[in-house]
Design a protein around this ligand. Structure first.
Ligand SMILES: Nc1nc2c(ncn2[C@@H]2O[C@H](COP(=O)(O)OP(=O)(O)OP(=O)(O)O)[C@@H](O)[C@H]2O)c(=O)[nH]1
Ligand SMILES: [Mg+2]
Length: 397
């Protein structure tokens, strides 16, 4: 089951109908007065959040959406019919961005919520309107105005509670496979994961959380190296980050250095994200002889001066993954409880999420523009950036 989480569409509201120029013509009334009616307003375009939808895929196929025009007025003071509004259903959680101004027009966060995205044109006035004591036969009318036209980007937030971070090959996808039904590809080469995957981790009945596997980050990711930055935005709404590190890399490199490199990229990308709760998960402990494990892992923790929670797992054998999942679940429940009981805490969290969204958006926009500028310079009419954009595989059916 695949989900596309971004779509660009064009919405156009209906034009207002023109006012009518007409005079009364009746058998025994030689000089009938003006009777041209007004036009009708053009229809507006709305987006409406709809619970049953969870994808924007339809908007990939049909991009242009236009509301009906208002009809012109006619004689006998008939007002033209109003153009019908167009209501486009979108999944709950959709954010709407004006692509020309980069302005966020709104977030559709609950079912039934409506957002006007293009205002219908205003109706023109018929000549009846211009009748006065000095001008009994006005020939003046006004035209209906154009409907608004907008280029929109719809973004569907991938709401993961927990995000996985780590270098390529750290075992993020293996971990998500071991704790959820998601089946992202796993391989012994870097950048195996090209698109984010979401897995639902079910700890027991009615206790589950969503975890996001993103492509590995490398040094320079915050400047656009590798693939990671494109997907960091999927982490901005998470409450908790699990930072996976390979405790015994083949190339003998230092696990502590690998952790620091990622921290560095995080800080460059978003300070707010870097300050999120983050747990250290030492992976591939099966590669270390059992009697050496404690010392080996402790040495990494010491070298980092790590003071937060630490877990030792083998994503491959499943050792320790269950208790990690349970600890995550408990932590999420505690957070939710805190939010429910403490409105100040809830407000702080909401504010933080908004701030991270804004930060991520600004970074990604800057990156897009830099790429575009670079492309124009080499006169390279490569695929547009947006064509590479994210396809999110939530979980297999
Ligand atoms: N021995 C051992 N190997 C593991 C473990 N976890 C992952 N691996 C191996 O490490 C390699 C990389 O695993 P992935 O899960 O694809 O790593 P990733 O972090 O998702 O990598 P990218 O998607 O490239 O960022 C694979 O060959 C896995 O089989 C583990 O706990 N023990
Ligand atoms: Mg992977």
């Amino acid at each position: 089951m695949k989900f596309v989480d971004e779509a660009t569409i064009i919405v156009e509201a209906g034009k207002g109908g023109h006012g009518c120029l007409s005079f009364r013509r009746e058998k025994y009334v030689p000089k009938g007065g003006p009777d041209g009616g007004d036009g009708g307003d053009g229809g507006s375009v709305y987006l409406e959040a709809e619970e049953s939808l969870n994808t924007l895929i339809d908007y990939r196929f049909q991009r242009k959406h236009k509301a009906q025009n208002g009809e012109p007025g006619s004689g006998r003071n008939c007002t033209g019919n109003k153009g019908e509004d167009l209501v486009l259903p979108v999944p709950v959680g959709t954010t709407v961005v004006d692509m020309d101004t980069h302005e966020v027009l709104g977030d559709l966060t609950h079912a039934g919520q409506r957002l006007k995205v293009a205002q219908g044109g205003f109706h023109g006035l018929g000549n009846t309107r211009f009748k006065s004591s000095v001008n009994r036969a006005p020939r003046q009318t006004t035209k209906g105005s154009e409907g608004e036209l907008r280029n929109l980007r719809l973004e569907l937030k991938v709401l993961a509670d927990v995000g996985l971070l780590g270098m390529p090959n750290a075992g993020k996808s293996t971990f998500i496979r071991s704790v959820s039904a998601a089946r992202p590809k796993v391989a012994d080469y870097p950048f195996t994961t090209l698109v984010p995957n979401l897995g639902v981790v079910s700890v027991q009945a009615h206790q589950s959380f969503v975890i996001a596997d993103i492509p590995g980050l490398i040094e320079g990711a915050a400047e656009g190296a590798g693939l990671g930055i494109r997907f960091l935005k999927h982490l901005v709404r998470t409450r908790l980050l699990l930072h996976l590190v390979d405790v015994a890399p083949y190339d003998g490199s230092s696990p502590a250095d690998a952790v620091r490199a990622i921290e560095h990229e995080l800080e460059k990308f978003s300070e707010t994200l870097a300050n999120r709760p983050r747990w250290l998960v030492l992976n591939k402990v099966d590669m270390v002889a059992e009697e050496d494990r404690d010392a080996h892992c402790q040495a990494i923790v010491d070298e980092l001066g790590w003071e937060g929670p630490v877990f030792w797992i083998s994503a491959l054998s499943g050792e320790g993954t269950k208790s990690l999942a349970q600890a995550v679940m408990r932590w999420i429940e505690e957070q939710a409880e805190e939010e429910a009981q403490n409105p100040e805490f809830a407000e702080r969290e909401a504010q933080r999420r908004r701030q991270m969204d804004d930060e991520a958006r600004a970074r990604i926009e800057a990156e897009r523009q830099a790429r575009r500028a670079a492309r124009e310079e080499d006169d390279d009419d490569d695929l547009d950036d947006d064509d590479y954009d994210v396809e999110v595989v939530y979980a297999p059916e």
